[in-house]
Design a protein around this ligand. Structure first.
Ligand code: FES
Length: 106
């Protein structure tokens, strides 16, 4: 069986930082070997997708970075910069922990 986990990254900011965050997250997932994993005999793929406004604007277009939501966990992150991609991927997908410094409540 195959599972797909998704990261929806808002790209509605005028700055365009969300698109850079998407590129950085995809690069880090591959670099850290986490874009496709075998977990208990199941293939788990992680897809990074762009999306429109997530209604987290306080932590997105009003700040320096982008907002994103990780599913199926429904964890929300805000003000994410491309330079945060390595830490976010390592903590959220590598260790299975929430990266607390970027977590925001919806
Ligand atoms: S503009 Fe990104 S969450 Fe609203």
């Amino acid at each position: 069986m195959k599972q797909i986990h998704r990261l929806f990254v808002c790209t509605a900011q005028k700055s365009g930082v969300g698109k850079d965050v998407v590129k950085a997250l995809k690069k880090e997932l591959k670099h850290q070997g986490l874009h496709k994993q075998e977990v208990n005999g199941e293939t788990v793929r992680i897809q990074v997708q762009t999306c429109d406004c997530l209604d987290l604007c306080k932590n997105c277009k009003k700040g320096p970075g982008a907002a994103l939501i990780a599913y199926p966990e429904a964890v929300t992150y805000g003000n994410v910069l491309p330079t945060d991609a390595a830490a976010l991927v390592a903590e959220h997908f590598g260790r299975g922990q929430v990266l607390k410094r970027l977590r925001v409540e919806k």
